[in-house]
Design a protein around this ligand. Structure first.
Ligand SMILES: *[C@@H]1O[C@H](CO)[C@@H](O)[C@H](O)[C@H]1NC(C)=O
Ligand SMILES: *[C@@H]1O[C@H](CO)[C@@H](O)[C@H](O)[C@H]1NC(C)=O
Ligand SMILES: *[C@@H]1O[C@H](CO)[C@@H](O)[C@H](O)[C@H]1NC(C)=O
Ligand SMILES: *[C@@H]1O[C@H](CO)[C@@H](O)[C@H](O)[C@H]1NC(C)=O
Ligand SMILES: *[C@@H]1O[C@H](CO)[C@@H](O)[C@H](O)[C@H]1NC(C)=O
Length: 387
């Protein structure tokens, strides 16, 4: 109090002194003051507008304008010992499935990371042969290094006849034979999840096939997944013979017919659920034993397991669009002539619930695109999909 009281007269004296000075000097001072005021006001307005457009972009789900310009993800830990501990092993390692699942099931009990962790999306490709739409994915990933990881599980009999593109190069995990509908399909999915879990930065996990395409650019998909409060494991009760009809009472007491669910195998989930899936020692053995032949484990294991134990965080829908309208045991293949701007716009503009709110972004991916669609997709992508 005393100090400020003391200062006041000093200031008023100097101000009155100034106004008593020569008219020319007063003119100059007024000019300077007006100029300073203008510059300050200008800076404030610019700052406000920048903030405003930034938050607008975020709400439009167009994500970070800074994503493109940011440097690569910073090193994960400064400390050498932690760095060694956190470094994921080579994608091609010599752990067998039992060793791999055990190693991947490790989970820190302290949830706050004592180092900078940039969350990544693990894109897990379950394929027969090559990822024939690779050039489209290259275009999609371009410029987003540090925010994603790629894993490929392909048939061991497939040996690369043509060179792999950069994003897929060296990303093939130790793979085993997979047959359509067989329970070894689930083993392959768990193998992909376990390998991806070894990288502590992976936060969201999406299963894709070689015929899948992204419907939005990387930044939109990244922010959709990172901001999601839910998992996307499709699950519904189908009373018909291709639903409940595939249930066997041999699965009792672990699984009742009321708990039996069906759904597409193409899932998307967070790290917490991924850990639960690879650590399941109760329900998976039941499927392994009693879901054979026309039971089609890949359409029932995850929907049933997740609905019994983790239904609370599940949206019960898939993020991958597929065309079942033509009937039959397989969804329709999309041919070259069907790939048009209108078709892709239609897939991009469906309505869904997202975090319990209505959203104009429903499906992030779509299948089954045949290899012949590649060149048209590449041409249309920049215009329609913004990548
Ligand atoms: C991504 O796509 C959205 C529209 O879906 C667009 O508004 C945004 O600008 C695109 N972002 C980049 C980095 O191209
Ligand atoms: C692929 O592997 C098979 C054996 O699995 C071998 O006979 C064949 O020569 C290989 N092809 C190429 C192109 O390496
Ligand atoms: C998630 O949304 C919040 C605002 O709701 C935003 O601040 C944040 O940047 C978003 N995160 C991602 C990864 O998009
Ligand atoms: C998902 O399905 C389960 C039943 O299996 C139900 O309890 C849950 O409310 C559903 N969740 C949503 C988001 O619809
Ligand atoms: C739904 O939207 C409202 C308003 O935009 C928001 O306040 C709320 O947090 C959203 N709900 C969830 C679960 O994100």
């Amino acid at each position: 109090m005393k100090n400020s009281n003391n200062q006041y007269p000093v200031n008023s004296v100097s101000v009155s002194k100034l106004f008593n000075a020569q008219p020319h000097f007063v003119h100059c001072l007024t000019y300077t003051l007006v100029l300073a005021f203008g510059v300050t006001l200008g800076s404030i307005i610019t700052f406000y507008l920048q903030n405003c457009s930034f938050s607008l972009q975020l709400t439009q789900l167009s994500l970070f304008p800074m994503l493109q310009t940011q440097p690569l993800a910073p090193p994960i830990a400064k400390n050498e010992i932690l760095k060694d501990f956190l470094k994921p092993p080579n994608v091609m390692h010599d752990m067998d499935d039992e060793e791999l699942l055990w190693r991947a099931s490790m989970i820190p009990k302290i949830h706050k990371y004592p180092f900078e962790r940039v969350p990544k999306v693990a894109f897990m490709f379950l394929t027969r042969g090559p990822v024939f739409l690779a050039p489209l994915w290259e275009q999609f990933f371009n410029g987003n290094e540090g925010y994603y990881s790629v894993y490929v599980h392909s048939n061991p009999s497939h040996n690369e006849s043509h060179p792999e593109s950069p994003v897929f190069h060296g990303r093939r995990i130790p793979s085993k034979d997979v047959q359509w509908g067989n329970v070894n399909m689930i083993e392959a999915e768990r193998r992909l999840l376990a390998n991806a879990l070894l990288d502590i930065s992976n936060q969201r996990f999406v299963l894709l096939s070689e015929s899948c395409i992204p419907l939005f650019n990387f930044s939109t998909i990244y922010s959709y997944l990172m901001n999601s409060t839910q998992n996307y494991v499709m699950a519904y009760d189908d009373p018909s013979n291709v639903g409940r009809g595939r249930y066997s009472s041999m699965m009792l007491p672990q699984i009742t017919i009321m708990q039996w669910r069906k759904g597409s195998q193409w899932f998307e989930m967070d790290r917490k659920l991924a850990l639960e899936v690879i650590s399941d020692r109760k329900y998976f053995p039941v499927f392994h034993e009693y879901c054979k032949g026309s039971c089609y484990a890949d359409e029932h294991y995850l929907p049933t397991f997740v609905s019994i134990k983790f239904w609370e965080g599940n949206s019960n829908r898939s993020l991958t669009w597929v065309d079942w309208s033509k009937g039959g045991p397989h969804p329709a293949k999309i041919l070259r002539s069907e790939v048009t701007v209108e078709f892709l716009e239609k897939l991009r503009s469906m309505k869904c619930l997202y975090n319990e709110n209505r959203s104009h972004v429903c499906f992030l991916f779509a299948r089954k695109f045949s290899p012949s669609t590649l060149s048209r997709l590449m041409k249309i992508a920049p215009k329609v999909m913004h990548f």
